[in-house]
Design a protein around this ligand. Sequence first.
Ligand code: UTP
Length: 292
Amino acid sequence: MSNPVRKAVFPVGGLGTRFLPATKSLPKEMLPVVDKPLVQHAVEEARAAGIEEFIFVTGRGKTAIEDHFDRSAELRGLLEVRGRDDAVEAIEAWLPATGSVAYTRQREPLGLGHAVWCARHLVGDEPFAVLLADDLVVADPPCLSQMVDAYRRTGGNVVAVMEVPAGHVSRYGILDVASDMGRLVAARGLVEKPRVGSAPSRLAIIGRYILDPGIFDRLGNAAKGAGGEIQLTDALSAMLGSTPFHGFRYDGVRYDCGDKVGFLHANIALALARPDMGDEVREIVRDIARTL
Ligand code: UTP
């Protein structure tokens, strides 16, 4: 069966202010979880879901991302001379095919909705995925693969959702649920960062979307929303009634790596799960816990 979603957009044009000073010269999306940059985790997830074209919306100071997704002939040569075939594998085995990666630049970080809109000509008139690299989702099958399966049944716009504590709703876009079918949730609306106590549900949107290309018209006409930014959720709201809209409860664990504590959590959890270092890290964590 052919894949209904062939293209993925990776918005990586944000300033990453929560990670200063690290992000003064290093793109947030290049921060490593254990030894792999966040953006590589996201690209590998997209590829596992059958994505064939990878579109990055970058910004100032983000050229390290382009270098990361390119071949490094010099480094490869040095590693070969030293007989480090394992390291050659680590720098190249996962690279998307040449010509399948495209970049466009968001001139100003005007918000996630604006970043997605910047990819309109590269996406064209077909459904596409959006992955926010700072949301790392550990899942088997990968989160986007689960969503593509759901999308085959629903079409329209599909957003990954998770249940959050009532006190955290103001950090997310929150669904107003029309009917809850378990994994899939039909929504009648959504609210960006509602005040605690006034949210329509506790179902929060995380950084995985499958979007109808009709969203580009809405984003093109969008006014600035919450936080003075052009919000993707406002454009999704504007499509309600004309395009099916579903939340999808994925099966997996999401780490908010745009936040320092979430990022540390991801590093510890993924290191513990690694066969080559899990035991050693477990000892370190136990030692630290003993001193608390
Ligand atoms: P965030 O709001 O988490 O990222 O956006 P930020 O603005 O870079 O971070 P802080 O809050 O200042 O620390 C989620 C994703 O959307 C991208 C970011 O790069 C990140 O991957 N983004 C955000 C853009 O590409 N452009 C924007 O204008 C805003």
